[in-house]
Design a binder for this molecule. Sequence first.
Ligand SMILES: [Zn+2]
Ligand SMILES: [Zn+2]
Length: 321
Amino acid sequence: MLRSSCRIPSANASTVPKKRIKLRRTNKEIIQSANRRLESLDDNPPISPRELRERVRALVEMSHDSKELALFHVKALLAFDSAAERILAYLQMFVGQEIEGEELEVVSGISEYARRVREWRVEFGWPIKHVGSRYILERDEPDAAKAGQWRTLNTIRRSGESARDKMLALFMALPIGEPISTLQLRYVTDNMDMRRVRELRTEFGWRIMTKNTGMPQLRPDQYVLVDPTAMEPHDRHVDTETTIKVLQRDKNSCRKCGWHPDQRVTGDPRQYIELHHINWHSEGGANDVENLATLCNVHHKKVHTLKLDPESFRQWLGKPE
Ligand SMILES: [Zn+2]
Ligand SMILES: [Zn+2]
């Protein structure tokens, strides 16, 4: 297939342009301010610490001017609000060509552009090669293994649903138990904050686990939906701090069988741990540490089937199976 050397992503490209780059000043104002600072620097080197400080601060201001100027110049073709997306879109314009890291710094306006490039490669499967200080996007699509996921992300992103529903749609679209990263959630929701994903768990009972809430083996930025069914309403609304305290007290293990997520193997019905209200929430049981117990999913289901009151629950915990 023929490829022009400079390609502007088409309107139906996989990403959704957001015309949200906002400049505080006009191009002219930025240039004027940069010129004034340049003139103030047109002097001999400073001879006192005070003067040195002034010069350094003028140079810092100039670097702000330069960043703002960059936004002015990239906004027509790279109208993305997020720095990461400007990086990807820029690389997509020059598929197969070597791009200097510093160019990515200019289009993104951030100094940690290398991390963003790495995330596009690792999390989203974009074939970006790193040679010395340069980057090459080898093909204009993610690797085969991630291509389907990329299409899914974009379908969800364009769906027009609320941020929370988009997040849930993403969890449901990928295989149950597959970790989803903050980055992917941010991508489908256009950078909505992660409070939405916590609400899915605490308000709506979706069993979305994190490193702190039942899956210590995860990275801090990963989320896993461990079960396609939501929790019983009475087990919802436990805040994250309480969850962490209970899990620490119970050493992340089932109070009935001692199972810990590190022991997870395929074929074992025990796949995750969660919190159970000893005195049921629906019957006035509090969302506090004393009223909560860690159970594996198997024993949690069991305790609900048995409908144990607090006293018989405590006895049941102590009884061998
Ligand atoms: Zn158990
Ligand atoms: Zn329960």
